[in-house]
Design a protein around this ligand. Structure first.
Ligand SMILES: [Zn+2]
Length: 153
C-alpha cells in the first residue's frame, strides 16, 4: 500500500535512511497500533540524479506493508506533481506540450487524464474544470489505473 506523506525531499536526499519519516498512529487496514519499520527501498525522482531512500513500514498483525512516498510525487510517476499538472494544463489550454519534458511522457499523462475524465464525467476531451474536479476528488489525473485514489497520511 502506498501512503503519500508530506516530505522535505531535499532533506531526504541529504539524510538518506536517517530521514525522520512520519508514520501512521494505527494500521489503516486493521487499526492495530503496532506499525513497525520494514526497511527502505530506492526510488528515482525528478530533480535528483541519485535515487532516494524511501521508508517502508509493516503491520505485524495483518501483514500490510506500506511504502511511504513524498506527496509531491504521484505513485508510479517519477516527475513531480507540478510538472505533470503544468504539462496537462499546457495541453488543455494551449494545445501544446512542454518543450523541456519528453513528449512521450506528456502524451502518456494526457492519455491518463482522458481516461479519468471519461470515467468520472463521461467527457472525451477533458477541460480545466474536469481536471480540477479529478484532483479535488483525490484522484491522480495522469493515472491509467481505475483505482488511483491517493492515500494520504
Ligand atoms: Zn494491520
Amino acid at each position: 500500500m502506498v501512503l503519500h506523506v508530506a516530505v522535505d525531499v531535499k532533506r531526504l536526499s541529504e539524510l538518506g535512511k536517517k530521514y525522520p519519516w512520519p508514520r501512521p498512529k494505527r494500521c489503516l487496514a486493521c487499526k492495530s497500533p503496532r506499525v513497525w519499520g520494514h526497511g527502505h527501498v530506492q526510488r528515482y525522482f525528478e530533480g535528483f540524479v541519485h535515487p532516494l531512500w524511501i521508508r517502508r513500514l509493516r503491520c505485524p498483525d495483518c501483514r500490510t506493508v506500506y511504502t511511504l512516498r513524498p506527496d509531491l510525487f504521484y505513485q508510479g510517476f517519477q516527475y513531480s506533481l507540478m510538472t505533470i499538472l503544468s504539462s496537462l494544463l499546457a495541453r488543455i489550454m494551449d494545445h501544446c506540450w512542454l518543450s523541456y519534458i519528453p513528449r512521450q511522457n506528456q502524451q502518456y499523462w494526457y492519455k491518463g487524464l482522458k481516461l479519468q475524465a471519461f470515467r468520472l464525467r463521461n467527457v472525451p476531451a477533458p477541460d480545466r474544470d474536469t481536471m480540477e474536479e479529478i484532483i479535488s476528488l483525490g484522484f491522480i489525473p495522469s493515472s491509467h489505473s481505475l483505482n488511483c485514489a491517493m492515500l494520504r497520511l
